[in-house]
Design a protein around this ligand. Sequence first.
Ligand code: ATP
Length: 238
Amino acid sequence: APGRGALVVERLSAGYGGLAVLHEVSLCVKPGELVALIGPNGAGKTTLLRALSGLLPCTGRIQLGQQALQGRSPRQIVQAGVIHCPEGRQLFPDLSVEDNLRLGAHLRRDREAVEADVELVCELFPVLKLRLRQRAASLSGGEQQMLAIARSLMGRPAVLLLDEPSFGIAPLIVGQLFDVLRELNVQGLTALVVEQNAQLALAASQRAYVLEEGRIALHGPSAELAHHEGVRAAYLGL
Ligand code: ATP
């Protein structure tokens, strides 16, 4: 949903038990932006998304427009409009594609609009429409990723937190997925996308942050980062 303001993260720190992973991370995602978060394995990208969705305790400030989100429950954070599409997709494998989609809207009360949105996401990902009655587990990896994204969209995100959409997917399908993401962004979707594939992520996004060892090492317009010597050497294999 538009008009809910920017997601602003200030000095967020988090970890697991005694292990500090994120050290005073600050970033923002403005309405209408597609922002990429890149960085090596283990830098803490997934940890950051889990902290933003209330799945992991953290310190610092998380703000969506005028609303403070730090310390809120995952449910309250979804209700505020921050919706996490997790790494590994985490579908309900034994439920149908359609039921997985509806679960993405389980906190909504506007039933008719939910029905219309099922149609909408099926137009976005036509393969899902063909498989509405199939078990989610029967889909290919790429189809499952489309379903996971579609399920998140069913929550009408003010900000979509998308973790590693290319994970385990054939390169051709990854390209198609990013085409859809770009199109959604043109239509107004705001998203923070974590991605190992820095080339794709920088090509699709307007701005990007580089997370290294739990700290933001660099940030700026994606087109500029794509030309940055350090980024080219470390993340683009150039
Ligand atoms: P990847 O792309 O490999 O997922 P990442 O940047 O998303 O990398 P995280 O998954 O956030 O990195 O992991 C950051 C650090 O936190 C790593 O050192 C990891 O081993 C550690 N870590 C992640 N999850 C847990 C957990 N549940 N318990 C303990 N340590 C964890």
